[in-house]
Design a protein around this ligand. Structure first.
Ligand SMILES: [Zn+2]
Length: 97
């Protein structure tokens, strides 16, 4: 099956570091290496550094955290507070449900 018919506008897709599925970039959480060398959520989605993406799924989050994939992908340390921030971003805590 070809996918030519899909797009009016092309939506950039990125791969989730947890499940490996592709999702529209806008629905993912982007994580980059922050200024202090720890993993940080790139809420602007525009930081000019290597990023890793997670879909909003608790299992993906857990898997990516456990495997160390986030830290190794972006070259950042992942301490407890950055893990917590990432968790909040992925799970949408404080965000509209
Ligand atoms: Zn995922």
């Amino acid at each position: 099956m070809n996918r030519q018919s899909v797009s009016e506008r092309r939506i950039p897709e990125r791969r989730c570091a947890g499940c490996g599925e592709r999702f529209p970039k806008s629905s993912l959480v982007r994580i980059v290496c922050g200024a202090d060398g720890t993993a940080a959520v790139d809420s602007s989605m525009k930081a000019q550094s290597r990023g890793v993406y997670l879909c909003r799924n608790e299992k993906c989050l857990a898997r990516a955290l456990k495997s160390g994939r986030i830290a190794s992908s972006v070259g950042a340390r992942l301490d407890e507070s950055s893990a917590e921030l990432i968790k909040q971003a992925v799970l949408g805590t404080g965000d509209a449900k």
